[in-house]
Design a protein around this ligand. Sequence first.
Ligand code: ATP
Ligand code: MG
Length: 420
Amino acid sequence: MPEIINLADKIKQLLPPELVNFMRVASDVAVSQEQNLYLVGGVVRDLLLERTNIDLDLVVEDNAIKLAQQLVRINQSKITTHPRFGTAKLRWNKWSVDLATARSETYTKSGALPTVKPSSLHNDLSRRDFTINTMAINLNPGHYGELIDPCKGKKDLEHKLIRVLHEKSFTDDATRIWRGLRYEQRLGFQLETTTLLLLKRDIPMLETISGDRIRHELKLVLKEKKPEKVLHRAQELNILQKLHPSLKGDGWLAEKFEQARQLNSANVPLTDIYLALLAYPLTNEDNEHLILRCRLPKSLAQILRDTNSIKGKLQSLSQPKLTPSSIYYLLHGYSLSAIAASLLASDSAVTSQHIHSYLDKLHYVKSVLSGDDLKRMGVTTGPHIREILHQLHIARLNGEINTKQGEVKLLHAWLPHRRR
Ligand code: ATP
Ligand code: MG
């Protein structure tokens, strides 16, 4: 008889009490419906590693939606269901929990999404990516807390190994290549020898993955605490080059990512700055290929295009005697993420200072008089109204005026000429 490992104490120790309570309630409801309930995947792995993870994934034998609907009645909370996949997302106070019907998968075509059908917990675990993700914890009364480990995930966890379950794993779904690198780098593990060979063999299979799925993987990489480590490893294994041959996961990138984290700018998402820095060495044409390959949405594509366009202005931005309004008009209209990435990428102190002044100050400068105000003050209607407003803005940017009164005074000084 194999030894029974019980993780009930670890659950109590490492998960918030509200979630522990939720699992007890869910387990009681499951019993009343004659269903079985298990905690699976990442959270089990992280409980054993004593790492914080509050993304609960539950597997139900045999109808997750039925269980979720009953739980919603108890807590009067929100639920989203996907009947086609037999999954439900549930809100439990401030927490979000995923419930899935145990299922098996068959891959009819490499890289495409699999055909799924309801099945047992064991089949559900054996469709997963790596052994360390195939463990479950029994939540059924009488067995609460017991570890279920059919693929020897715990042993691999102890040996710090990332191991696929079968020889065709990466062929079936090459996104697992990126997933493997993420776990390896995040946890400081190693790809087990055969897994590494299979991974290298199947790198060409990345071409079978759709743009949407590749973009999703890239996004997950950029959400890691240290994405540069994953990108470096991806370069070493010639995986990054599959995304685009000119991409680099080198020391420069690592240094810039570190600086991006320190910049910690509230109005620019860090992952957008990372992406712009990653794409920094690309030419216009390269950029368009990357945008197409990852089917980047308009906003992200714009960040990459803007970053490229700002590159062409760095020479002008490095002039020490630039007026604030010139700095403003060199950078105005570009996305803030692209500007922030350019700040980090530039190695001229003067340029950095200028971009900083744009981000910290100039970007917020506005003049207050409107076209209507101007008309009330006697300016005749016409295109020169725009020009006057523009000049007022320039005067504001250059610190010549700082108040509405200042604007009015300046306008009066100009008016005799403009009225004619
Ligand atoms: P993370 O901490 O990165 O969220 P996780 O293990 O929770 O890690 P998820 O992406 O949330 O990973 O997926 C949940 C579980 O689903 C995984 O643990 C894994 O077992 C399984 N899984 C996810 N993607 C795949 C895939 N492409 N192939 C096989 N199994 C997968
Ligand atoms: Mg997860």
